[in-house]
Design a protein around this ligand. Structure first.
Ligand code: KG4
Ligand code: ZN
Length: 354
């Protein structure tokens, strides 16, 4: 029997909703709408929480309506929802409240179960969505072995997080380590700012890096040789600020920054995979859209016989589809009224952590 979930995501500045269907162990997207204030971010060099929340209040209902309309067109009949999944945290409190309160209201009015989802776990579930491979007929998508199997090592690399997590099953995972200061995406963003590039900085640095020489600027690889699975990226940003002069070659420096971040991420991820003897690795979060990271990881895992799972770029950055996908594997709340936005939700202290 098919199961259909509406996913709502408003943890940062995106207002996102998606409707996904689970049928015969395949999870497909019926609709996926993301509204962001990218032009405002570029203007102010980042996100202003108050402004983000105000924008989300205006766009949440139109985004959900659009999601329902598109799903109906895709399916050719009215959508019967089985549940609503919503990002509970972590994130900006004003932004989270918009999504959570909207989802609660819809769940009560439509009499549907409400599934609270940890945004960080949600990112990983982008890997369970059936991939639309170019040239492969729709019916043959999601070939055997395409979705992760357990045990699976997860690397989350986003604007706010850099975490290594060992998944033993759905809802059963161990936190291995994470950043002690800046996240990988944050480092991309801060370095881009130093270079006068626009926000978000990751894609900008990545674009320039394609034309640069990664060996031009010797930058540190912070904590690469530490025995734990923690990261630190704030020193890299400081090192970058020290080499910037009027004559800096932006292409070469971008390539050097990208290489330093990718080196640390690949090295630690592979070390964790070998220590825990896993044959599956999945990556998630905005920085997982970075081609250099994906290419380097792919070459390394191929040599080790490890399978790498990478979501398509539009499902790496924040979206409602990953939240709906996580909903298929999570429990609904016993009481919709009791679901509260939690800006401090983490991977190291959730209820279902081992
Ligand atoms: O997952 P995400 O959309 O939001 C958070 O939950 O934080 O991640 C946003 C981050 C930003 O720091 C952005 O610069 C980075 O992902 N990012 C990239 C790329 N695309 C997005 N970093 C490097 N290369 C990219 N192609
Ligand atoms: Zn995110």
């Amino acid at each position: 029997m098919a199961k259909v979930i509406l996913g709502i995501e408003t943890s940062c500045d995106e207002t996102a909703a998606a409707i996904l269907q689970q049928k015969d162990n395949r999870i497909t997207i019926l609709s996926n709408v993301v509204a962001s204030s990218a032009s405002l971010q570029a203007k102010y060099g980042g996100i202003i929480p108050e402004q983000a929340a105000r924008g989300q209040i205006r766009s949440i209902i139109p985004v959900i309506e659009e999601t329902l309309r598109e799903a109906m067109l895709a399916q050719g009949s009215p959508i019967g929802l089985d549940a609503i999944a919503v990002t509970q945290g972590p994130g900006l409190i004003g932004s989270l409240l918009v999504g959570v309160e909207t989802a609660k209201t819809l769940a009560l009015v439509w009499k549907k179960p409400l599934i609270p989802v940890n945004h960080l776990i949600g990112h990983f579930y982008a890997n369970w969505i059936t991939k639309h491979l170019p040239g492969v007929p729709q019916a043959q998508h999601h070939l055997e072995g395409e979705v992760p199997s357990f045990p699976c090592l997860g690397l989350l690399v986003s604007g706010g997080h850099t975490d290594l997590v060992l998944f033993k099953n759905h809802g059963k995972y161990t936190y291995l380590g994470g950043t002690r200061d800046d996240a990988a995406g944050e480092c991309f963003d801060k370095c881009a700012r130093l270079l006068g590039l626009s926000y978000p900085g990751g894609p900008e640095i990545s674009k320039l890096a394609e034309k640069g020489d990664a060996n031009s600027y010797p930058l540190p690889r912070p904590m690469m040789d530490s025995k734990d699975f923690d990261f630190s990226f704030s020193g890299l940003k400081t090192a970058v600020s020290n080499v910037i002069t009027d004559k800096v070659n932006k292409f070469d420096l971008s390539a050097s920054i990208e290489a330093a971040i990718v080196d640390v991420l690949v090295d630690k991820t592979i070390r964790a995979a070998r220590k825990h003897n896993v044959e599956q690795i999945m990556i998630a979060g905005g920085v997982a859209a970075n081609k250099s990271l994906v290419n380097r990881l792919q070459v390394t895992v191929d040599n080790l016989g490890i399978k790498l799972h990478v979501p398509p770029p539009n499902l790496c950055t924040d979206n409602g589809a990953m939240i709906a996908a996580a909903g298929f594997f999570s429990k609904p709340s016993q009481s919709t009224f009791k679901v509260e936005a939690d800006p401090n939700l983490s991977l190291s202290q959730p209820l279902d952590v081992e």
